[in-house]
Design a protein around this ligand. Structure first.
Ligand code: SAM
Length: 175
């Protein structure tokens, strides 16, 4: 199991970013996302997309993210520009993930030092500042070695059929 935890959320300012963390986690193979409890709007949006485009994928709100991280029963990865290079540690993390669940933390605003200490791995997707959405996408693709791109979806109301040009969306029965 892969769980993504979006640490912190500033309502208004972070609405799109938090939603995009959830959508990216879902699209690129994670099983679940944990948002802080003030991100109810983002939860609704991600659940709405899951209802239409399929799952399984779940969204949880959590009012004690610090405790969730500290008490997590599995491997904890924190994505940060200050961490070890993803290309150096990815195979060890992949091996750990075959044994136990993986919690992948991405920040928003400043992430407290406790999170760096609680993590089994602090991982940089480059050591340049960029975005939690980009960092998460590259990390998940490396973790799953690209296999997440071929994932099968269940309970879809809408299925997108890939087109060279234009858009084609059908119901699952018309596939
Ligand atoms: N300045 C904040 C700090 O120092 O804690 C981080 C702000 S950054 C916009 C938001 C999040 O994007 C970070 O918490 C981290 O999860 C992610 N991020 C940004 N650059 C990254 C990188 N090079 N590698 C991995 N994650 C990165």
């Amino acid at each position: 199991e892969v769980i993504v935890l979006r640490y912190g959320h500033r309502p208004g300012r972070d609405d799109r970013m938090t939603t995009h963390v959830g959508l990216t986690a879902r699209a690129l193979g994670a099983d679940r996302v944990i948002f802080p409890s003030n991100a109810g709007q983002a939860k609704e949006t991600v659940e709405d997309i899951t209802d239409r485009f399929g799952g399984p994928f779940t969204v949880e709100l959590d009012d004690s993210q610090g405790a969730t991280i500290r008490n997590f029963d599995g491997t904890v990865v924190h994505l940060t520009m200050y961490g070890e290079e993803v290309q150096t540690v990815e195979s060890d993390i992949r091996a750990a993930h075959t044994e136990e669940p993986l919690l992948v933390i991405v920040g928003g605003e400043k992430v407290p030092f406790d999170v760096y200490e609680a993590a089994d791995w602090n991982v940089g997707v480059t050591n340049q500042p960029h975005s939690e959405v980009a960092g998460l996408a590259v990390f998940l693709d490396r973790l799953f070695s690209g296999r997440e791109l071929d994932r099968e979806w269940e309970n879809q109301e809408r299925v997108v059929l890939p087109q060279k040009q234009g858009k084609k969306v059908v119901s699952p029965d018309d596939r």
